[in-house]
Design a binder for this molecule. Sequence first.
Ligand code: GAP
Length: 506
Amino acid sequence: MQNNEDKFKKVVAHAKEYGFVFQSSEIYDGLAAVYDYAQNGVELKNNIKEYWWKSMVQMHENIVGIDTAIFMHPTTWKASGHVDAFSDPMIDNKDSKKRYRADVLVEDYIAKIEGKIAKEVKKAEKRFGDAFNEAEFLNTNPRVLANKEKIEDINKRLYGALGSNDLEAAKQLIIDLGIACPVSGSKNWSDVRQFNLMFSTQMGSTADGANEIYLRPETAQGIFVNYLNVQKTGRMKIPFGIAQIGKAFRNEIVARQFIFRMREFEQMEMQFFVRPGDEMKWYEYWKETRMQWHDSLGMSEENYRFHDHEKLAHYANAATDIEFKFPFGFKELEGIHSRTNFDLSAHEEHSNKKLRYFDPELNESYVPYVVETSIGVDRMFLALLSHSYNEEKLEDGSTRVVLNLPAKLAPYKVAILPLTKKDGLPEKAREILAELKMDYMCYYEEKDAIGKRYRRQDAIGTPFCITVDHQSLEDNTVTIRDRDTMKQERISIVDINAVIALKIKG
Ligand code: GAP
Protein backbone atom coordinates (compact mmCIF):
# COMPACT_ATOMS: atom_id res chain seq x y z
CA MET A 1 0.00 0.00 0.00
CA GLN A 2 1.02 3.65 0.38
CA ASN A 3 3.73 4.70 2.84
CA ASN A 4 2.94 4.45 6.54
CA GLU A 5 2.35 8.16 7.08
CA ASP A 6 -0.20 8.19 4.29
CA LYS A 7 -1.82 5.08 5.67
CA PHE A 8 -2.11 6.61 9.13
CA LYS A 9 -3.74 9.75 7.70
CA LYS A 10 -6.20 7.58 5.85
CA VAL A 11 -7.02 5.56 8.97
CA VAL A 12 -7.72 8.78 10.91
CA ALA A 13 -9.91 10.14 8.10
CA HIS A 14 -11.72 6.79 7.79
CA ALA A 15 -12.38 6.73 11.54
CA LYS A 16 -14.29 9.98 11.21
CA GLU A 17 -15.99 9.38 7.87
CA TYR A 18 -17.37 6.00 8.91
CA GLY A 19 -18.49 6.91 12.43
CA PHE A 20 -15.74 5.39 14.59
CA VAL A 21 -14.03 8.35 16.30
CA PHE A 22 -14.82 12.07 16.41
CA GLN A 23 -12.74 14.90 17.81
CA SER A 24 -14.27 15.97 21.13
CA SER A 25 -16.28 19.23 20.99
CA GLU A 26 -15.53 19.51 17.30
CA ILE A 27 -18.00 22.36 16.75
CA TYR A 28 -15.80 24.44 19.07
CA ASP A 29 -12.69 23.42 17.08
CA GLY A 30 -12.05 20.45 19.34
CA LEU A 31 -10.20 19.84 22.57
CA ALA A 32 -6.63 18.66 22.13
CA ALA A 33 -6.01 14.95 22.69
CA VAL A 34 -9.62 14.25 23.71
CA TYR A 35 -11.83 12.14 21.46
CA ASP A 36 -15.38 10.79 21.32
CA TYR A 37 -16.33 7.32 20.14
CA ALA A 38 -19.04 7.37 17.51
CA GLN A 39 -21.77 4.87 16.67
CA ASN A 40 -19.52 2.21 15.13
CA GLY A 41 -16.54 3.02 17.33
CA VAL A 42 -18.44 2.41 20.54
CA GLU A 43 -19.48 -1.06 19.34
CA LEU A 44 -15.88 -1.97 18.51
CA LYS A 45 -14.67 -0.52 21.80
CA ASN A 46 -17.31 -2.42 23.81
CA ASN A 47 -16.39 -5.63 22.00
CA ILE A 48 -12.69 -5.15 22.85
CA LYS A 49 -13.58 -4.64 26.52
CA GLU A 50 -15.90 -7.63 26.58
CA TYR A 51 -13.29 -9.87 24.94
CA TRP A 52 -10.67 -8.80 27.49
CA TRP A 53 -13.10 -9.19 30.41
CA LYS A 54 -14.12 -12.67 29.31
CA SER A 55 -10.56 -13.84 28.87
CA MET A 56 -9.39 -12.38 32.18
CA VAL A 57 -12.38 -12.76 34.50
CA GLN A 58 -14.71 -15.36 33.02
CA MET A 59 -11.91 -17.72 31.97
CA HIS A 60 -9.98 -17.53 35.26
CA GLU A 61 -11.65 -18.89 38.36
CA ASN A 62 -9.15 -17.02 40.54
CA ILE A 63 -9.75 -13.58 38.99
CA VAL A 64 -12.71 -11.33 39.84
CA GLY A 65 -13.63 -7.91 38.52
CA ILE A 66 -14.50 -4.62 40.21
CA ASP A 67 -15.46 -1.11 39.15
CA THR A 68 -14.09 1.60 41.42
CA ALA A 69 -14.63 5.37 41.49
CA ILE A 70 -12.49 7.78 39.49
CA PHE A 71 -12.14 10.06 42.51
CA MET A 72 -10.11 8.63 45.36
CA HIS A 73 -8.89 9.92 48.68
CA PRO A 74 -5.96 12.26 47.89
CA THR A 75 -3.63 10.31 50.18
CA THR A 76 -3.94 7.41 47.73
CA TRP A 77 -1.77 9.33 45.28
CA LYS A 78 0.73 10.36 47.91
CA ALA A 79 1.11 6.70 48.91
CA SER A 80 1.34 5.44 45.33
CA GLY A 81 4.14 7.90 44.58
CA HIS A 82 2.19 9.73 41.88
CA VAL A 83 2.24 13.08 43.68
CA ASP A 84 6.02 13.04 43.90
CA ALA A 85 7.13 10.97 40.95
CA PHE A 86 4.50 10.81 38.21
CA SER A 87 6.09 13.27 35.86
CA ASP A 88 7.71 13.48 32.46
CA PRO A 89 11.00 15.25 31.64
CA MET A 90 10.00 18.06 29.30
CA ILE A 91 12.03 20.43 27.18
CA ASP A 92 10.88 23.52 25.27
CA ASN A 93 12.19 24.76 21.97
CA LYS A 94 12.60 28.50 22.48
CA ASP A 95 11.99 29.35 18.81
CA SER A 96 8.93 27.24 17.98
CA LYS A 97 7.64 27.43 21.61
CA LYS A 98 6.83 23.73 21.25
CA ARG A 99 7.22 21.43 24.23
CA TYR A 100 8.60 17.90 23.92
CA ARG A 101 9.30 14.95 26.14
CA ALA A 102 13.08 14.83 26.37
CA ASP A 103 13.17 11.01 26.29
CA VAL A 104 10.88 10.90 23.25
CA LEU A 105 13.17 13.26 21.31
CA VAL A 106 16.07 10.91 22.01
CA GLU A 107 14.02 7.79 21.24
CA ASP A 108 12.97 9.30 17.89
CA TYR A 109 16.65 9.91 17.18
CA ILE A 110 17.39 6.25 17.98
CA ALA A 111 14.53 5.16 15.71
CA LYS A 112 16.28 6.98 12.84
CA ILE A 113 19.48 4.99 13.48
CA GLU A 114 17.40 1.81 13.57
CA GLY A 115 15.96 2.88 10.21
CA LYS A 116 19.50 3.10 8.82
CA ILE A 117 20.23 -0.44 10.01
CA ALA A 118 17.02 -1.69 8.39
CA LYS A 119 18.08 -0.01 5.11
CA GLU A 120 21.47 -1.74 5.22
CA VAL A 121 19.68 -5.08 5.69
CA LYS A 122 17.39 -4.41 2.73
CA LYS A 123 20.33 -3.47 0.50
CA ALA A 124 22.29 -6.57 1.49
CA GLU A 125 19.23 -8.76 0.98
CA LYS A 126 19.02 -7.51 -2.60
CA ARG A 127 22.75 -8.00 -3.19
CA PHE A 128 23.06 -11.54 -1.78
CA GLY A 129 19.66 -12.94 -2.74
CA ASP A 130 18.86 -16.40 -1.34
CA ALA A 131 22.32 -16.73 0.20
CA PHE A 132 21.60 -13.80 2.56
CA ASN A 133 21.85 -14.61 6.27
CA GLU A 134 20.30 -11.70 8.19
CA ALA A 135 21.47 -12.75 11.67
CA GLU A 136 25.06 -13.10 10.49
CA PHE A 137 24.90 -9.79 8.62
CA LEU A 138 23.61 -7.98 11.73
CA ASN A 139 26.45 -9.42 13.79
CA THR A 140 29.29 -8.74 11.36
CA ASN A 141 28.63 -5.77 9.08
CA PRO A 142 30.86 -2.91 10.31
CA ARG A 143 28.34 -0.12 9.56
CA VAL A 144 25.58 -2.02 11.37
CA LEU A 145 27.85 -2.72 14.32
CA ALA A 146 28.86 0.94 14.56
CA ASN A 147 25.21 2.00 14.57
CA LYS A 148 24.29 -0.63 17.15
CA GLU A 149 27.08 0.64 19.39
CA LYS A 150 25.84 4.19 18.93
CA ILE A 151 22.33 3.15 20.05
CA GLU A 152 23.71 1.36 23.07
CA ASP A 153 25.73 4.43 24.11
CA ILE A 154 22.76 6.76 23.71
CA ASN A 155 20.49 4.42 25.70
CA LYS A 156 23.04 4.18 28.45
CA ARG A 157 23.31 7.96 28.71
CA LEU A 158 19.56 8.52 28.45
CA TYR A 159 18.52 5.97 31.08
CA GLY A 160 21.47 6.88 33.26
CA ALA A 161 20.35 10.52 33.24
CA LEU A 162 16.66 9.78 33.78
CA GLY A 163 17.33 7.05 36.34
CA SER A 164 19.30 9.44 38.52
CA ASN A 165 16.99 12.39 37.70
CA ASP A 166 19.99 14.24 36.26
CA LEU A 167 18.07 16.62 34.02
CA GLU A 168 21.16 18.57 33.02
CA ALA A 169 22.70 15.38 31.62
CA ALA A 170 19.46 14.71 29.71
CA LYS A 171 19.66 18.17 28.11
CA GLN A 172 23.36 17.69 27.34
CA LEU A 173 22.54 14.44 25.52
CA ILE A 174 20.03 16.26 23.29
CA ILE A 175 22.62 18.93 22.53
CA ASP A 176 25.43 16.40 21.90
CA LEU A 177 23.24 14.45 19.48
CA GLY A 178 22.44 17.68 17.62
CA ILE A 179 18.69 17.05 17.89
CA ALA A 180 16.70 19.87 16.30
CA CYS A 181 13.08 20.87 16.91
CA PRO A 182 10.96 19.07 14.27
CA VAL A 183 8.91 22.26 13.82
CA SER A 184 11.45 25.12 13.76
CA GLY A 185 14.57 23.11 12.94
CA SER A 186 16.38 25.04 15.69
CA LYS A 187 18.54 23.65 18.49
CA ASN A 188 17.68 26.47 20.89
CA TRP A 189 16.50 24.38 23.87
CA SER A 190 15.34 25.28 27.38
CA ASP A 191 16.46 23.27 30.40
CA VAL A 192 14.77 19.91 30.99
CA ARG A 193 12.10 20.07 33.74
CA GLN A 194 9.77 17.54 35.33
CA PHE A 195 5.98 18.07 34.86
CA ASN A 196 3.43 16.18 36.96
CA LEU A 197 0.83 14.54 34.75
CA MET A 198 -2.11 14.36 37.17
CA PHE A 199 -5.19 16.54 36.71
CA SER A 200 -6.49 18.00 39.93
CA THR A 201 -9.79 19.54 40.93
CA GLN A 202 -11.61 20.65 44.07
CA MET A 203 -14.09 18.57 46.03
CA GLY A 204 -16.55 20.46 48.24
CA SER A 205 -17.10 24.19 48.31
CA THR A 206 -14.27 26.57 49.07
CA ALA A 207 -16.14 27.97 52.10
CA ASP A 208 -16.15 24.50 53.66
CA GLY A 209 -12.45 24.15 53.04
CA ALA A 210 -12.33 22.37 49.70
CA ASN A 211 -9.90 19.50 49.23
CA GLU A 212 -7.68 19.14 46.21
CA ILE A 213 -8.35 15.77 44.65
CA TYR A 214 -7.04 14.10 41.52
CA LEU A 215 -8.59 12.42 38.54
CA ARG A 216 -7.02 8.98 38.71
CA PRO A 217 -4.06 8.55 36.35
CA GLU A 218 -4.40 4.73 36.48
CA THR A 219 -7.18 2.39 37.56
CA ALA A 220 -4.77 0.17 39.50
CA GLN A 221 -4.98 2.12 42.76
CA GLY A 222 -8.73 1.46 43.00
CA ILE A 223 -7.80 -2.22 43.03
CA PHE A 224 -5.05 -1.86 45.64
CA VAL A 225 -7.16 0.04 48.15
CA ASN A 226 -9.91 -2.60 47.78
CA TYR A 227 -7.54 -5.55 47.90
CA LEU A 228 -8.56 -6.69 51.38
CA ASN A 229 -12.29 -6.06 50.85
CA VAL A 230 -12.26 -8.29 47.78
CA GLN A 231 -9.99 -10.92 49.31
CA LYS A 232 -12.22 -11.26 52.38
CA THR A 233 -15.67 -10.97 50.77
CA GLY A 234 -14.66 -13.18 47.84
CA ARG A 235 -12.74 -15.63 50.09
CA MET A 236 -9.91 -15.39 47.57
CA LYS A 237 -6.82 -17.53 48.01
CA ILE A 238 -3.42 -16.41 46.81
CA PRO A 239 -2.58 -16.42 43.92
CA PHE A 240 -5.61 -14.43 42.77
CA GLY A 241 -6.35 -11.45 40.58
CA ILE A 242 -8.60 -8.39 40.53
CA ALA A 243 -9.49 -6.89 37.16
CA GLN A 244 -10.94 -3.53 36.28
CA ILE A 245 -11.82 -1.52 33.18
CA GLY A 246 -12.16 2.23 33.53
CA LYS A 247 -11.21 5.75 32.63
CA ALA A 248 -7.86 7.29 33.51
CA PHE A 249 -6.65 10.85 33.02
CA ARG A 250 -3.21 12.27 32.34
CA ASN A 251 -2.25 15.78 31.44
CA GLU A 252 -0.05 14.56 28.60
CA ILE A 253 2.11 17.46 27.52
CA VAL A 254 2.89 15.98 24.17
CA ALA A 255 -0.39 14.51 23.09
CA ARG A 256 -0.28 13.30 19.52
CA GLN A 257 -0.90 10.44 17.14
CA PHE A 258 -4.68 10.53 17.36
CA ILE A 259 -6.05 8.21 20.07
CA PHE A 260 -2.61 6.76 20.84
CA ARG A 261 -1.87 9.35 23.53
CA MET A 262 -4.94 10.98 25.01
CA ARG A 263 -5.65 13.07 28.07
CA GLU A 264 -8.74 11.03 28.92
CA PHE A 265 -8.47 7.36 28.06
CA GLU A 266 -9.49 3.93 29.23
CA GLN A 267 -7.45 1.12 30.77
CA MET A 268 -8.04 -2.60 31.25
CA GLU A 269 -5.91 -3.56 34.23
CA MET A 270 -5.46 -6.68 36.30
CA GLN A 271 -3.47 -6.96 39.52
CA PHE A 272 -2.41 -10.50 40.35
CA PHE A 273 -1.56 -11.03 44.04
CA VAL A 274 1.13 -13.64 44.70
CA ARG A 275 3.43 -14.97 47.40
CA PRO A 276 6.63 -12.94 47.88
CA GLY A 277 9.32 -14.71 45.88
CA ASP A 278 6.84 -16.11 43.33
CA GLU A 279 6.52 -12.88 41.40
CA MET A 280 9.00 -13.68 38.61
CA LYS A 281 7.24 -16.97 37.85
CA TRP A 282 3.93 -15.14 37.53
CA TYR A 283 5.50 -12.27 35.62
CA GLU A 284 6.65 -14.78 32.97
CA TYR A 285 3.22 -16.48 33.04
CA TRP A 286 1.39 -13.22 32.38
CA LYS A 287 3.83 -12.16 29.68
CA GLU A 288 3.07 -15.35 27.80
CA THR A 289 -0.66 -15.35 28.54
CA ARG A 290 -1.14 -11.78 27.41
CA MET A 291 0.84 -12.35 24.21
CA GLN A 292 -1.42 -15.36 23.51
CA TRP A 293 -4.45 -13.09 23.92
CA HIS A 294 -3.04 -10.80 21.24
CA ASP A 295 -2.21 -13.78 19.02
CA SER A 296 -5.80 -14.97 19.27
CA LEU A 297 -6.88 -11.86 17.36
CA GLY A 298 -4.89 -12.93 14.31
CA MET A 299 -2.98 -9.68 13.71
CA SER A 300 0.28 -11.53 12.84
CA GLU A 301 3.01 -12.35 15.31
CA GLU A 302 5.53 -10.13 13.56
CA ASN A 303 3.49 -7.05 14.50
CA TYR A 304 4.20 -7.60 18.20
CA ARG A 305 7.36 -7.57 20.26
CA PHE A 306 8.38 -7.33 23.90
CA HIS A 307 10.38 -4.33 25.00
CA ASP A 308 11.93 -4.78 28.44
CA HIS A 309 12.25 -1.57 30.46
CA GLU A 310 15.71 -0.35 31.28
CA LYS A 311 14.41 2.49 33.45
CA LEU A 312 11.95 0.89 35.89
CA ALA A 313 8.99 2.80 37.35
CA HIS A 314 9.30 3.60 41.03
CA TYR A 315 7.15 0.58 41.97
CA ALA A 316 8.56 -2.18 39.71
CA ASN A 317 11.32 -4.79 39.89
CA ALA A 318 10.72 -5.98 36.34
CA ALA A 319 8.70 -4.53 33.50
CA THR A 320 8.09 -5.09 29.84
CA ASP A 321 5.90 -3.55 27.18
CA ILE A 322 4.06 -5.47 24.53
CA GLU A 323 4.71 -3.22 21.57
CA PHE A 324 2.59 -3.20 18.44
CA LYS A 325 3.64 -2.10 14.99
CA PHE A 326 1.43 0.96 14.52
CA PRO A 327 1.72 2.85 11.20
CA PHE A 328 4.15 5.20 13.02
CA GLY A 329 6.33 2.34 14.24
CA PHE A 330 6.56 -0.11 17.14
CA LYS A 331 5.02 1.51 20.25
CA GLU A 332 3.73 0.42 23.64
CA LEU A 333 0.32 -1.22 23.59
CA GLU A 334 0.34 -2.99 26.93
CA GLY A 335 2.53 -2.96 30.04
CA ILE A 336 3.33 -5.94 32.25
CA HIS A 337 4.90 -4.98 35.56
CA SER A 338 6.13 -6.86 38.57
CA ARG A 339 5.10 -4.19 41.10
CA THR A 340 6.57 -5.94 44.17
CA ASN A 341 4.67 -5.16 47.40
CA PHE A 342 5.30 -1.45 46.87
CA ASP A 343 1.69 -0.29 46.56
CA LEU A 344 0.14 -2.39 49.32
CA SER A 345 3.00 -1.57 51.72
CA ALA A 346 2.70 2.14 50.94
CA HIS A 347 -1.08 2.03 51.55
CA GLU A 348 -0.49 0.19 54.83
CA GLU A 349 1.89 2.89 55.90
CA HIS A 350 -0.29 5.84 54.87
CA SER A 351 -3.61 4.40 56.07
CA ASN A 352 -2.38 2.66 59.20
CA LYS A 353 -4.47 -0.35 58.17
CA LYS A 354 -3.02 -3.82 57.76
CA LEU A 355 -3.23 -5.10 54.19
CA ARG A 356 -1.85 -8.56 54.88
CA TYR A 357 -2.75 -12.02 53.74
CA PHE A 358 -2.66 -14.99 56.04
CA ASP A 359 -1.29 -17.88 54.03
CA PRO A 360 -2.62 -21.10 55.59
CA GLU A 361 -0.09 -23.26 53.75
CA LEU A 362 2.87 -21.27 55.08
CA ASN A 363 1.13 -20.42 58.34
CA GLU A 364 2.31 -16.81 58.06
CA SER A 365 1.05 -13.35 57.16
CA TYR A 366 2.62 -11.20 54.49
CA VAL A 367 1.97 -8.28 52.18
CA PRO A 368 1.39 -9.94 48.80
CA TYR A 369 3.52 -9.16 45.77
CA VAL A 370 1.74 -8.03 42.63
CA VAL A 371 2.10 -8.69 38.93
CA GLU A 372 0.10 -6.26 36.81
CA THR A 373 -1.13 -6.39 33.24
CA SER A 374 -2.33 -3.06 31.89
CA ILE A 375 -3.57 -2.35 28.40
CA GLY A 376 -5.09 0.82 26.96
CA VAL A 377 -8.49 0.23 25.36
CA ASP A 378 -7.92 3.12 22.97
CA ARG A 379 -4.51 1.86 21.90
CA MET A 380 -5.98 -1.58 21.27
CA PHE A 381 -8.70 0.11 19.23
CA LEU A 382 -6.07 1.97 17.19
CA ALA A 383 -4.02 -1.20 16.71
CA LEU A 384 -7.10 -3.00 15.37
CA LEU A 385 -8.24 -0.14 13.19
CA SER A 386 -4.86 0.57 11.62
CA HIS A 387 -4.04 -3.09 11.08
CA SER A 388 -7.42 -3.92 9.57
CA TYR A 389 -7.64 -0.91 7.23
CA ASN A 390 -6.86 -2.12 3.73
CA GLU A 391 -7.25 -0.80 0.23
CA GLU A 392 -7.65 -3.66 -2.23
CA LYS A 393 -7.34 -3.53 -6.00
CA LEU A 394 -10.12 -5.64 -7.46
CA GLU A 395 -10.12 -7.61 -10.70
CA ASP A 396 -12.32 -5.03 -12.44
CA GLY A 397 -9.70 -2.33 -11.70
CA SER A 398 -11.69 -0.65 -8.93
CA THR A 399 -10.46 -0.27 -5.35
CA ARG A 400 -12.34 -1.26 -2.24
CA VAL A 401 -11.63 -0.06 1.29
CA VAL A 402 -12.16 -2.85 3.75
CA LEU A 403 -11.69 -3.22 7.49
CA ASN A 404 -10.54 -6.83 7.99
CA LEU A 405 -11.43 -6.72 11.67
CA PRO A 406 -11.53 -9.99 13.62
CA ALA A 407 -15.17 -11.07 13.21
CA LYS A 408 -15.65 -11.40 16.97
CA LEU A 409 -14.79 -7.72 17.50
CA ALA A 410 -16.51 -6.17 14.46
CA PRO A 411 -19.14 -3.50 15.33
CA TYR A 412 -21.81 -5.29 13.29
CA LYS A 413 -21.65 -9.02 12.76
CA VAL A 414 -24.15 -9.22 9.96
CA ALA A 415 -25.90 -6.95 7.45
CA ILE A 416 -29.29 -8.01 6.12
CA LEU A 417 -29.93 -6.69 2.65
CA PRO A 418 -33.02 -7.26 0.52
CA LEU A 419 -31.92 -7.23 -3.12
CA THR A 420 -34.71 -4.81 -4.05
CA LYS A 421 -37.17 -2.67 -2.16
CA LYS A 422 -40.22 -4.47 -3.57
CA ASP A 423 -41.79 -7.89 -4.29
CA GLY A 424 -41.97 -8.78 -0.60
CA LEU A 425 -38.16 -8.95 -0.21
CA PRO A 426 -37.96 -6.30 2.57
CA GLU A 427 -40.65 -8.18 4.54
CA LYS A 428 -38.72 -11.46 4.25
CA ALA A 429 -35.48 -9.68 5.20
CA ARG A 430 -37.12 -8.13 8.25
CA GLU A 431 -38.30 -11.57 9.38
CA ILE A 432 -34.66 -12.71 9.31
CA LEU A 433 -33.59 -9.55 11.14
CA ALA A 434 -36.13 -10.25 13.89
CA GLU A 435 -34.64 -13.74 14.32
CA LEU A 436 -31.01 -12.62 14.43
CA LYS A 437 -31.01 -9.35 16.31
CA MET A 438 -31.29 -10.96 19.73
CA ASP A 439 -27.96 -12.68 19.14
CA TYR A 440 -25.98 -10.29 16.93
CA MET A 441 -25.59 -6.61 16.15
CA CYS A 442 -27.38 -6.52 12.79
CA TYR A 443 -27.43 -3.82 10.15
CA TYR A 444 -30.52 -3.56 7.98
CA GLU A 445 -30.35 -1.63 4.73
CA GLU A 446 -32.40 -1.52 1.54
CA LYS A 447 -31.23 1.74 -0.09
CA ASP A 448 -28.87 1.77 -3.13
CA ALA A 449 -27.58 -0.96 -5.42
CA ILE A 450 -26.41 -4.12 -3.66
CA GLY A 451 -22.76 -3.58 -4.70
CA LYS A 452 -22.73 -0.16 -3.05
CA ARG A 453 -24.23 -1.60 0.11
CA TYR A 454 -21.57 -4.33 0.23
CA ARG A 455 -18.86 -1.64 -0.01
CA ARG A 456 -20.37 0.30 2.88
CA GLN A 457 -20.36 -2.84 5.02
CA ASP A 458 -16.76 -3.62 3.99
CA ALA A 459 -15.77 -0.13 5.12
CA ILE A 460 -17.14 -0.64 8.63
CA GLY A 461 -15.82 -4.19 8.86
CA THR A 462 -19.09 -6.19 8.84
CA PRO A 463 -17.91 -9.77 8.30
CA PHE A 464 -21.14 -11.17 6.79
CA CYS A 465 -23.83 -9.88 4.46
CA ILE A 466 -27.07 -11.80 4.06
CA THR A 467 -28.83 -11.02 0.79
CA VAL A 468 -32.50 -11.81 0.38
CA ASP A 469 -33.46 -12.30 -3.28
CA HIS A 470 -36.39 -13.68 -5.25
CA GLN A 471 -35.21 -17.25 -4.79
CA SER A 472 -35.46 -16.67 -1.01
CA LEU A 473 -39.24 -16.39 -1.39
CA GLU A 474 -39.40 -19.69 -3.22
CA ASP A 475 -37.08 -21.94 -1.23
CA ASN A 476 -36.24 -20.10 2.02
CA THR A 477 -32.56 -19.70 1.19
CA VAL A 478 -30.34 -16.60 1.16
CA THR A 479 -26.80 -15.83 0.12
CA ILE A 480 -24.16 -15.14 2.73
CA ARG A 481 -21.20 -13.07 1.60
CA ASP A 482 -17.84 -13.20 3.33
CA ARG A 483 -16.25 -9.75 3.74
CA ASP A 484 -12.65 -10.91 3.25
CA THR A 485 -13.03 -13.27 0.29
CA MET A 486 -16.15 -11.57 -1.14
CA LYS A 487 -17.35 -15.12 -1.91
CA GLN A 488 -21.03 -15.92 -1.57
CA GLU A 489 -22.71 -19.18 -0.71
CA ARG A 490 -26.36 -20.07 -0.56
CA ILE A 491 -27.66 -21.35 2.73
CA SER A 492 -31.01 -22.13 4.31
CA ILE A 493 -32.59 -19.37 6.35
CA VAL A 494 -32.96 -21.74 9.31
CA ASP A 495 -29.18 -22.32 9.29
CA ILE A 496 -28.10 -18.64 9.26
CA ASN A 497 -27.67 -18.32 13.01
CA ALA A 498 -25.59 -21.47 13.35
CA VAL A 499 -23.44 -20.67 10.28
CA ILE A 500 -22.63 -17.18 11.60
CA ALA A 501 -21.89 -18.50 15.11
CA LEU A 502 -19.46 -21.02 13.66
CA LYS A 503 -17.76 -18.48 11.41
CA ILE A 504 -17.31 -16.00 14.27
CA LYS A 505 -15.81 -18.67 16.49
CA GLY A 506 -13.63 -19.51 13.51
N1 GAP B 1 -1.08 0.84 36.05
C1 GAP B 1 0.08 0.85 35.22
C2 GAP B 1 0.01 1.85 34.17
O1 GAP B 1 -0.87 2.71 34.16
P1 GAP B 1 1.16 2.65 31.95
O2 GAP B 1 2.22 1.96 31.13
O3 GAP B 1 1.39 4.06 32.34
O4 GAP B 1 0.98 1.72 33.23
C3 GAP B 1 -0.75 1.30 30.83
O5 GAP B 1 -0.22 2.54 31.19
C4 GAP B 1 -1.36 1.35 29.45
O6 GAP B 1 -2.32 2.41 29.38
C5 GAP B 1 -0.37 1.65 28.34
O7 GAP B 1 0.28 0.49 27.89
C6 GAP B 1 -1.25 2.26 27.27
O8 GAP B 1 -1.86 1.23 26.49
C7 GAP B 1 -2.32 2.97 28.07
N2 GAP B 1 -2.05 4.41 28.15
C8 GAP B 1 -1.20 5.04 28.99
N3 GAP B 1 -1.21 6.36 28.78
C9 GAP B 1 -2.09 6.59 27.77
C10 GAP B 1 -2.57 7.75 27.09
N4 GAP B 1 -2.16 8.96 27.45
N5 GAP B 1 -3.48 7.60 26.10
C11 GAP B 1 -3.93 6.37 25.76
N6 GAP B 1 -3.53 5.24 26.37
C12 GAP B 1 -2.63 5.34 27.37
